[in-house]
Design a protein around this ligand. Sequence first.
Ligand code: KIV
Length: 290
Amino acid sequence: MSTTFQLDTSTSRATPTPKPRKRLTVPRIRDHKKDGVTKEPLVMLTAYTARQAQLLDAHCDILLVGDSLGQVIYGLDSTLPVTAEMMIAHGAAVVRGSYHSLVVVDMPFGSYEGSKEQAFETASRIMAETGCAAVKLEGGEAMAETISFLTNRGIPVMGHVGLTPQAVNVLGGYMARGRSQQEHEKILRDGKAVQDADAFAMVAEGILEPIAVALTQSTEVPVIGIGASAQCDGQVLVTEDMLGMFERVPRFVKKYEDIAGVIDKTVATYAEEVRARTFPSADQTYQPKA
Ligand code: KIV
């Protein structure tokens, strides 16, 4: 399905054709899994800009404004330096560019772990200033009290267990989790704690497939996998990874396109034409009226 957009120049709001389906809500995403079973997996991708959101929206159930924007957009080494201001600027852009998908914005490192009150302050600001429907935060048992505090105060929370990139310095790297029995059991306990704290869904990242299957089968809320299993209740990828914007492709990513290659070829053609003075041509220049 392809969508076109007509720009209203007075509001800068782009109206899509065909008319988008109604915006999905948190309860609808939560209820996608019924009695522990999901018929059709949820489709989630990251989005960081309004135009990207426009292009992804019709195909997705959830758009995640992930703190992976630290590496993808800002060229940072990790997600740790990402700020609430960055998340808010990109979150608001994605809400403006989307119509149908539920928009979830990541809580950045250091903005919620200090206390439940700190988490509420950051989450309420993110929601008020972006218009997003929910926030995502990393951590299982340790974050359960915070998740419960937020949901009881009107802030829907998506959990994130397994490989939690904000804890890279504790984990010692980005390798898959769950290779020891202790880690295996901890991931299942984390998932249960997040569910019991009333998260409406959770991301399960970088875990061994049997653990992802066990987690999915043992929880009532949707488990959205990344580097997990096709048996999860949904899948998420970083959009730039699956489109082939980067040379390095993590094992769990399927590169559906080679957009970096397309850009390289296209820009080489442009550069050649500029240097040869064949661009702009008569088609792209303004001439006096005859
Ligand atoms: O920040 C992010 O993009 C994420 C996804 C990889 C789940 O948290």
